[in-house]
Write a protein that binds this ligand. Structure first.
Ligand code: DC
Length: 225
């Protein structure tokens, strides 16, 4: 971790709430680093799939997580290794599902916890995921929890996925999302939940820009910028 002073903003919430887009826009506005923590779970799952490591072999998965290099691009994004095609696999539904399985394993979470804390750097870090405000950065200066109703989250996911998969159905996406919410919220370790000191933002019926405006307004009111 850097010795210089830095601030952390955490943004947690369920899949499809718009965290990725909102966190990225906020990081750009502030000129801060962005930690998309889901990528670390996805990279671990992808490495396991490529190397044939079973998704219940906790010790081997934790070893993969621990030895995974986490670097940042010059623009402050987590570096995803590989060709363009390999990089695009990180967003595949199957990788997301396997990431949720890998994310239940305590040794994997522990290995990634240290890596995530090591990502904070001056002047600041925007960290998005499921447990940024509750576990990884409990002392963060600003915490937000972003949600939206499940039908709207499914609709957004469906429109994204349809670009690459013409056969995808809205009903299937909704069912997968409900299952993922359940997995993420019910796991015993670091479940998805709003930190008691996090500000709740709801993106139902609102654009990412509107949510960013609200969030930036809150930061200004609290003396940032
Ligand atoms: O946000 P995402 O869809 O890229 O995340 C993929 C999975 O990784 C998600 O289902 C649960 C897990 N995850 C986690 O357990 N903790 C985080 N901070 C981020 C993601």
């Amino acid at each position: 971790m850097s010795n210089s002073t830095f601030s952390v903003i955490t943004l947690d919430g369920p899949a499809g709430a718009g965290k990725g887009t909102v966190a990225s826009l906020v990081a750009n506005k502030l000129g801060w680093r962005l930690l998309d923590s889901g990528i670390l779970y996805r990279l671990t799952a992808l490495a396991a799939m490529r190397q044939g490591v079973p998704l219940d072999d906790e010790a081997s998965l934790a070893d993969l997580a621990e030895h995974m290099p986490v670097d940042f691009t010059p623009s402050g994004r987590v570096m995803i290794p590989g060709t363009d095609e390999e990089q695009s696999q990180i967003r595949a539904e199957q990788v997301g599902k396997n990431a949720a399985l890998v994310a239940k394993l305590p040794q994997v979470r522990q290995a990634l916890l240290l890596k995530q804390r090591g990502c904070a750097a001056a002047p600041g870090l925007v960290a998005e995921g499921r447990d940024m405000g509750t576990v990884v950065f409990p002392g963060a200066r600003f915490k937000f929890f972003l949600t939206a109703n499940v039908e709207e989250r499914a609709q957004r996911r469906y429109l994204q996925l349809r670009n690459s998969d013409a056969a995808v159905s809205l009903g299937r996406v909704l069912a997968d999302l409900v299952e993922r919410d359940e997995q993420d919220s019910s796991r015993s370790l670091a479940p998805l939940r709003q930190a008691s000191d996090a500000v709740l933002l709801d993106s139902t019926g609102r654009s990412a820009d509107q949510v960013v405006e609200q969030l930036m307004g809150f930061l200004r009111d609290q003396g940032l910028e």
